[in-house]
Design a protein around this ligand. Structure first.
Ligand code: AMP
Ligand code: MG
Length: 274
């Protein structure tokens, strides 16, 4: 999965093969089988994360999902995070800021949505919208969005310093694939609700979004909070790729089962006699 890491200045979105499957050799059915097995491992790792938090060694993981409409963010949440105990997930979607949120600094709503200790937080979109849509749609002056890259790096550095492990995933599909997925949403009455006329507005701005995503990868992929670029034309690939990234993140934490904080033998005896 190291192949997916965005090295600032060395990752060109213009050259990205969105149908690629870097680091994975195998078929779709291989990937689906692997995902089931890896899901069990992910489940256990999250349980250890929680057990440690309950025992006083509290840390958390934050998964940031960024991508254009229909890139598959919802599918990652259902199929990857869905394999973990739902109690262990803190899900936070970021839509158009409310009138209250607009009265605050852009990181205000992000602070409030950070995962609890022992949990895996998942941001469905994130503070990065404030250097993507805000930049492309000119929602704030350039001097404001320019300053945000540094603010975001500082913010994430602080979170990492507090023990949070941050995994940032940028999801890309081809314009052709996006058209097919959006058409499905329009043609299937059960999917109409997923579509928004904004989706086509954003699609028409893709060259500008691509520049904004490129800047984000070049300026905010840091040692403590790296970006990973995921080709997403194949949903089965993006799901196994994100599962592996989460597993790798949790494994860096060297989690062990916390020992009992009571006299184990005495409790067994007490229980048997009760
Ligand atoms: P969806 O994720 O499809 O429900 O759409 C959420 C919409 O909210 C997208 O069009 C985002 O671009 C938009 N959005 C999210 N964050 C912001 C923000 N900070 N400023 C403006 N629009 C945003
Ligand atoms: Mg949408």
């Amino acid at each position: 999965m190291h192949a997916l890491r965005a090295i600032p200045g060395a990752c060109s979105l213009a050259d990205l093969d969105t149908a690629g499957t870097p680091g994975f050799v195998g078929s779709k059915s291989d990937a689906l089988r692997l995902l089931q097995a890896r899901g069990k491992h992910l489940h256990t790792l999250q349980e250890k994360l929680y057990a440690n938090a309950v025992s006083g060694n509290g840390r958390s993981v934050l998964l940031v999902l960024q991508g254009m409409d229909a890139a598959g963010k919802g599918g990652i949440i259902r199929h990857v995070l869905g394999m973990v105990n739902p109690e262990g997930i803190d899900h936070a979607p970021f839509g158009v800021p409310s009138s209250e949120e607009r009265l605050h600094h852009f990181l205000w709503r992000v602070h409030k949505a950070l995962p609890r200790l022992g949990h895996i937080g998942v941001f469905d979109r994130s503070h990065y919208e404030d250097v993507l849509v805000a930049r492309v749609r000119k929602l704030v002056p350039e001097a404001v969005w320019q300053g945000r890259y540094h603010e975001i790096n500082e913010f994430e550095r602080q979170l990492a310093g507090q023990g949070m492990v941050i995994v940032k995933v940028a999801m890309f599909i081809s314009l052709q694939e996006q058209k097919q997925r959006l058409l499905q949403r329009l043609r299937d009455p059960h999917k109409n609700w997923k579509y928004s006329p904004r989706d086509v507005d954003d699609r028409l701005q893709w060259p500008h979004y691509r520049d904004a995503y490129q800047a984000l990868l070049d300026r905010t992929s840091t040692e403590v909070a790296p970006w990973y670029v995921i080709p997403c034309d194949h949903k089965w690939y993006s799901r196994i790729a994100v599962a592996e990234l989460l597993i790798a993140a949790l494994e860096t934490m060297d989690l062990t089962w916390p020992p009992a904080q009571y006299d184990l033998q005495k409790e067994i005896t007490r229980l048997q006699r009760s």
